[in-house]
Structure formats: C-alpha cells, structure tokens
Design a protein around this ligand. Structure first.
Ligand code: HEM
Length: 347
C-alpha cells in the first residue's frame, strides 16, 4: 500500500499540476485584450451612438455576406453608424476565432481537464453572445441589447478566469492558508459581487431606458464601499498572490466612479454647475463607453480576486497534484487517479 503523500493532504503547500506550455496563457491574454479593446470597446460606442440598428439584417450586413461587405464605401459616404456596427461584427468574429484557438491550445497542451472544460465554456459563451447580438437586430429589441451587454460582461469575466488559471502564478500559488484575513477577503469580495450584479441591472436601465438613475447612484455607493473594502482587505493580507489583483480592484473601482460621474454629466447635464449635455460629444462617447468597459473590468477583477482568495484558503487535493515519484516507480500498476488521500481513495 502506498502511504498518503504530504502533497495530497488538504492544507499543505504543494506544487500543483502545472501548465506544460505557456501558449494557452498567451492565447487567453490575446483573446481577452482583443475582446475588451476591440469587440467590447466598439460595441459600447455603437450603443452610445445608437448605431446598433445601422443594418436591419443579420448575419448579413445590408444584404451582403458579412465578410465580403465593402464598408470603405460607407467611410467615403460618412455613414459612421454602418462603419462602426460592421467593424463591431468583424471584431466579434475575430473574438470567435480566438476563442476557438484557445480551445485548441488547451486541448493539445493543457493537462487539467477542468481547464480544458473552461475553454469550451468560454467558446460556448462567445457563441451565445454572438447570437444574442444578432437577435437584438433581427428582433429590434432594446431588452435583448441590454442582455447582450450584460452577458458580454460574463463572457469577459470567464476569459479573465481563463487567463488566471492558465498562468504560472495560479499553479505555484501557496495553499492551505485558511486564515481570518483571507476568509475576510473572500466574504467581502463575494458580497461586492452580489451587489455588483444588482448594480449592473440598474446601470442597464439607465443606459438603455434612461431610468433608475438615482437607484443606480445608491447602488454605486454600496458597490463602492464593498469593493473598496474587498480590495483593501486583499492588500492588507500581505499575500503576494492577492496583491496585484486587489490593487486592480481598487484602481478599476476609482476609474469606474469617475467615468460614471462624467457619463452622468455628459448625458444628462448638471444644472447646479451649469453643465449642459451635448449629444455625442467626444467626452460623452468616451465616458459612456469607458463606463461600460470598466464595469466589465470591475466584475472580472472581483471574480478573479474571489477565486484567488478561495485558492489560498483551500488545500491541495489529489486531482491537482502530479503523481508522487514513488507511486510511479514502486507501484506502476496502481492507477495514480486512485491514490489514497487523507479523505479516502480518490476516484
Ligand atoms: C462602482 C460603481 C458603478 C458601477 C459598477 C456601475 C455600472 C454601470 C453599468 C453596468 C452600466 C450599464 C452599462 C451598459 O449596460 O453597457 C452603467 C450605466 C451608467 N452609470 Fe454606472 N456604475 C457605477 C457608478 C456610477 C456612478 C457613480 C454614476 C454617476 C454618478 C453612474 C452613472 C451611470 C450612467 C449615467 C449610466 C448610463 C451611461 C450611458 O447612458 O451610456 N454610475 N453603470
């Protein structure tokens, strides 16, 4: 019988099944950067300018194959709405191709089955997101446009999780530190996420229907307090594995609050200080689009911080660890998937 190795006992610091190749991590980064800067940035601008219905058809654009459509004519004619919507569609197609590349790189190079499953889930979400965007056009539905924006945030967060778990810092992170400060980070981050979901719904009402303005402002106070506490608690643990993520939560939160105030001032004006809203001014386009993008980044940063805190707090289980050398040499006939653990035989 093989003795339980310290590497598969809950609570131990141990190397886990490490990524074998840096490529899935690189592809995940490329996917998230192209999606946030390209597809989401353009999509947010399309919504701000009310250009989502520039074409009444989908997946064709103006009756033509999307890939063959000549939008240079629209540039010459100054049809900015068509140019933006078309390039947003092309950026979405690029996101789809990169999501396929992520699945392929994970399939061939990633040893952890659940990470390969995550890649497939990301691809599935990208497909659903594309369909929601298309249906928003064919059904002429503002509610679907809102859903498309909100689900887009979930897709981006899932992509950031793919970046996180394919990285070396995840594989080499310390484990079994179920200390009160780490637990506090987990609780505060979870609470901030719960309130953020409600704030998202209210923000969508403001953006797409011009309502729930003051409710959204109240939500901003709650999200602001909880996310600041979560970020501060993350920094206070002194854990290297949490530090950068916590700083990102605080930085993105600060940016989101400033962009929210600018979006408000440029869309609705502020009578008290004599600010008048100028429809489609550059500052309005930047602040409204930026507020959408930063909301996604805040969601992603909080999700990643929660996962990091959870990983720190929990121990290693046998499915994550490479088989101990003894198991390979002494008992090569025993399946390493069925090594005895502290909790019994793992299946
Ligand atoms: C952390 C706090 C905040 C979060 C998480 C948040 C989130 C959001 C979200 C998700 C949207 C909808 C975006 C979309 O559907 O594409 C939105 C819209 C909006 N938010 Fe916030 N928000 C926050 C703070 C604020 C603050 C402090 C203000 C103003 C003082 C504000 C003003 C607005 C306005 C005016 C819109 C509509 C923008 C538009 O029409 O394009 N938000 N917010």
């Amino acid at each position: 019988m093989i003795a339980a190795s310290p590497t598969n006992v809950r609570g131990a610091d141990a190397p886990s099944l490490a990524p074998q190749s840096p490529w899935p991590h690189r592809v995940a980064w490329l996917l998230v950067l192209c999606t946030v800067i390209g597809t989401v940035g353009l999509g947010a601008t399309v919504t701000t300018l009310g250009a989502g219905m520039a074409f009444l058809d989908w997946p064709t654009s103006g009756g033509e194959n999307m890939l063959a459509y000549n939008f240079f004519n629209d540039i010459k004619l100054g049809h900015t709405d068509k140019v933006l919507e078309h390039v947003h569609r092309l950026a979405g197609a690029t996101t789809g191709l990169l999501a396929i590349a992520l699945v392929a790189s994970l399939w061939f190079l990633e040893p952890r089955r659940w990470v390969r499953g995550l890649g497939v889930a990301v691809l599935g979400m990208v497909i659903v997101q594309g369909l929601a965007g298309g249906l928003r056009v064919t059904e002429i539905s503002t509610a679907l446009a809102m859903l498309h924006g909100h689900f887009g945030a979930c897709v981006v967060a899932a992509m950031f999780v793919a970046v996180l778990v394919t990285g070396r810092s995840w594989a080499n992170s310390p484990r079994g530190r179920e200390t009160p400060p780490v637990r506090t980070v987990q609780w505060l981050t979870g609470a901030a996420l719960a309130v953020l979901v409600l704030q998202y719904a209210l923000g969508g009402m403001v953006r797409h229907f011009g309502g729930a303005l003051f409710e959204h402002l109240g939500g901003a106070v709650l999200v602001g307090l909880l996310a600041a506490a979560a970020g501060g608690a993350g920094l206070a643990t002194g854990e290297r594995f949490l530090r950068w993520n916590a700083a990102a939560v605080l930085g993105v939160l600060g940016g989101q609050l400033v962009l929210g105030m600018l979006a408000w001032a440029t869309r609705f004006g502020v009578a008290a200080v004599g600010t008048v809203a100028v429809q489609h001014s550059p500052l309005q386009i930047i602040s409204r689009g930026g507020h959408t993008v930063f909301a996604m980044l805040l969601l992603s940063a909080l999700v990643c911080q929660w996962l990091r805190a959870r990983r720190l707090a929990t121990g290693v289980d046998s499915s994550e660890t490479p088989p101990p050398p003894a198991a390979r040499s002494v008992a090569s006939s025993v399946s390493v998937n069925r090594l005895p653990t502290a909790a019994g035989v793992a299946s």
